[in-house]
Write a protein that binds this ligand. Sequence first.
Ligand code: HEC
Length: 100
Amino acid sequence: MFAAALLCSPVHATETEEDLPPGPGRSETFMFCVACHGLELIKRQSQSRDGWDDLLKLMVTRHGMNALEPDEYKLILDYLAANFPVRSNPGGGWRNPFTN
Ligand code: HEC
């Protein structure tokens, strides 16, 4: 419990909701996720819906995020899946920086 609180120092206090793409679920995503880390960590991810699902569960099981209510969970998951989907990336996880 305390470890999570310590991790959550508001070092990213300069970021605002507007730093995320607009859409339903944006405020909730901002409020829940920016407590512990910057938005860049989220914005540079690209995941399938299942991938985001796993990530949200990981935040709870590994990083001490409070579990979300089912309707909030769905809202945030929908938001993340819609705004940070898998980029066209036929080769799998690794992208050649020189061919993009
Ligand atoms: C209780 C704290 C906490 C909350 C709340 C939290 N996270 Fe995290 N998250 C972490 C920690 C700790 C890491 C690991 C940080 C690092 O590697 O620098 C992390 C890492 C991540 C990563 C990077 C994973 C990777 O493999 O590189 C993503 C993406 C992420 N979080 C998304 C989210 C999203 C989306 C939310 C909101 C639903 C959220 N986090 C809320 C603590 C939290």
